[in-house]
Design a protein around this ligand. Sequence first.
Ligand code: CA
Length: 238
Amino acid sequence: MPKHFSPTRDFHSGFNGVDALHILLIEDNAALAQGLKIALSKEGFIVNHVASGQHGLETVKTSPPDIVVLDLGLPDLDGLQVLQRLRKLRAHLPVLILTARNQLDDKVKGLESGADDYLPKPFEMAELVARLRVIERRLTGVTDAHITIHQVTLFPQYHLAKIGDENLELSRREFMLLKTLMENAGKVQTRNTLEARLYSWDEEVASNSLEVHIHNLRKKLGADFIKTVRGVGYMVPK
Ligand code: CA
């Protein structure tokens, strides 16, 4: 491995990009909430719904979501109070506010921080999804997310890997394997973990196929980039 490359690990992603975004929906209209839950789940979000401000605040305390979608017209607490208390609990939690158009006054705009956005009711589902995607991109830093270890850089969202300035030709499975190892650099990944990443549960795994992929990666990355931890699995040292 060339000595002039500094062994930095540069992982910009705010959270594990593999996981779906968790949305807490605070909305007392049961029909609307149910519709949103179904539509957003289809978009790959994980939606937890509560119907009151108090329940919403408790949920943020006990299991913080990635994004809150907050209806301002709630039965128990004023939506703006909920927003202020959310801010005290978690200053940077993104909150997307749903509000009837006539409630969209200066108070709402005044409270809007960098973390907040609002959407007047009624809204199109596509518009809500688009706003959530903007927040998601901000959270994941997806435009420049990359991991660099020694001379190898991975750009997960582009399925691109480079060694120095050269693009690496990797198969889909080689890429997933390398991504798992680089995201967990410095920690041993067991054979079971790596095989679970590579294959769906119903697919036959030839006993030597993980070794074959590791062998091919080593041919492309150099023999030392991936270490074998005998009897356990593999590791990319930091
Ligand atoms: Ca309402």
